[in-house]
Ligand binder design. Sequence first.
Ligand SMILES: [Zn+2]
Length: 399
Amino acid sequence: MFALVGKLVDYRSVRDGAVIVEDNIIRVVVPAGELGEWGVDEVYGGENYLVIPGLINAHTHVAMARFRGLGEDLPTGEWLEKIIWPMELEWTRKEIREWAEIGLREALMNGSTTVNDHYFFADEIAKVAERLGIRAFIGQTVMDEVVFPLASPEEGFRFFKRWRNRSELVTPTLAPHATNTVSLELMKELAELSRETGARVHIHLAQSRAEVSEVKRRYGLSPVGLLERAGLLNESLIGVHGVYLNDSDFERLARAGSTLVHCPTSNVKLEARTVNLRKLLDLGLNVALGNDSPNPTGILDPFIEMRTAGIVANLTAGKAHAVPARELFGMATVGGARALGLKAGLIEPGYLADLVLINADKPWFRPLENVYSLLVYSARGSDVEKVVVNGKVAWAKPS
Ligand SMILES: [Zn+2]
């Protein structure tokens, strides 16, 4: 048993206290003064520390750290064709392991306790995640409308079966690439497997104008209409981006209990577009936050994503303070947990002990009053001092 002490901040409340961790869960939350009665082995934190639920990066491709900064100024289409796809065809398993480790370490040390990854060679990424001790939902990207040797549906199914119920930290997902690169038949197969097993289905959704027009041409449907026809529109669906969806698509996602992962940095950098976050939240749609890959985003830092989401939301809402900091923090914690079906994201007894300790003894945490605002607009990944995943210290800043 060990304890984290400080200002305990989750989506519901801010209070001073100590969180006691036993096995992989939060055993109890007590006033710091009562800690002595519990006989804990270690105490971390204290005055000037914040304890928050681990942040959840609900959409990423960690191994793409390999491409960080490359072709940065090319138009998106050219960048994919000239830089990304040729390099992806050259991947070796060893390189995937090396770069997945860089991406996962980066996520962990910046305060993400969980990532939801979507990529090729998922097996290798899963093994690295287990070794580093980060919680990871991992899907092997599949497509069949476009031929891409690394994305065969057979390998997707094989990976899913191999990792099902195998690891405490790694949960396999089903990962169709996008609505225009996967056939309706394959989507139906994935929908059935998801229904049987409860697996999450993680898909890029209306990321580009071309995706929307291709789906319209082929089926006469919007991307969300296609997901509905395939039987995928339900609580297991994690759709990513949505920057070309219309209001009725968002309403359908909300009614179905699906999740939209908002990746504001990636969307603005690659597509010069975003969603109207205020509107989505008002619809009751579950919104989680994603860094997307390190190559458009620059860094896997969940604090930067919360801040960017908040600032960009004002532009689309056409008003200042469109989404309060507490809601943005909620998207990165309870929103991500709901998307993945995890009992995490709150500092409550019985919840998974996925927690982050932040050293707030810095000028940018003064005054230490509106803590939600400080976490979203002042904090950065480098303020993270310890990261606890599944009840174990997975990363600690060297002292
Ligand atoms: Zn992506």
